[in-house]
Design a protein around this ligand. Sequence first.
Ligand SMILES: *Cc1c(COP(=O)(O)O)cnc(C)c1O
Length: 322
Amino acid sequence: MSAWWLPASNRGGEVITTPLTFCATVNAILHAGLAPVLADVDPSSQNIDPDAIEAAITPRTRAILPVHFAGRPCAMDRIMAIARKHGLVVIEDCAHAIETEFDGQPVGTFGDFGCFSFYATKNVVTGEGGMILGRDEEHVARARILALHGMSKDAWHRFGDQGYKHYQVVECGFKYNMMDLQAAIGLHQLARVEANWRRRRELWERYDEAFAGFPLGLPAPPDAGTRHGYHLYTVMIDAARSGLGRDAFLDAMNAAGIGTGVHYLSIPEHPYYQQRFGWRPEQWPCAMQLGRETVSLPLSPAMSDSDAERVIQAVTDLLHAR
Ligand SMILES: *Cc1c(COP(=O)(O)O)cnc(C)c1O
């Protein structure tokens, strides 16, 4: 597992994260030469359970990597207390959580780093790319260098009016930089972030109202003192309660011309992790069950009221509700 380009200090280290996330969360840990350790989610918030984090801590634990799932903030008060107690780094996966706040503080600013994505499915879209927030100037400077081959100066700083400036390669870096062109596209979306968030909240509240009493699980209401990012509206479909299984529901929605998603099959459902770590989904039963029942309904600021009514009608018909 340890490769020549990784710092020896990473060897044998563990990072605790959630099994209900996109594979990139876990792969990032592996690419750093560290071992992922999964801590199950709370079935209501669907976020990593702080008690499960505590139970997963070993002398090898280096960091906690919480994911603010669907835009709902993790329990950052408890997670930061655990990190302080055990001297751990905290890296927040904020891919769903541009607008999210906990106790009036934006997520991504609690831990040592906050990582955002501007991929096509996210709430600011630059095609590809993302953003890292860092608490420590030196760590931020190092991230910049690692993102561009390990070079001490990028092109803007090499070819300036003051003439050519030598750069130095100070680390074996990567090609992980976002293009300035992409940043220009993203910067212009910042002005729309709030209006888009308000529209998604409206759609979310319309779904909540329409589906109350239906035979399916609904997302828990946002916790007091928090701001939900309303990135995903996930419902739970199980055959016993809903009258059809999750995959049958997905197929029927597709047949009705309505796009859906699954966020996510739990990480240990995937063969790579099963083969590499011997993981079985049953070891994290809450994430397993959620992953097998969850469906993300359309939630986009581009949706009209009649688009939302069409989704609601399709769900109503499928569940023989009302
Ligand atoms: C999209 C996503 C990522 C990965 O973002 P990229 O920009 O595609 O690398 C990581 N974690 C979560 C939870 C995501 O949804």
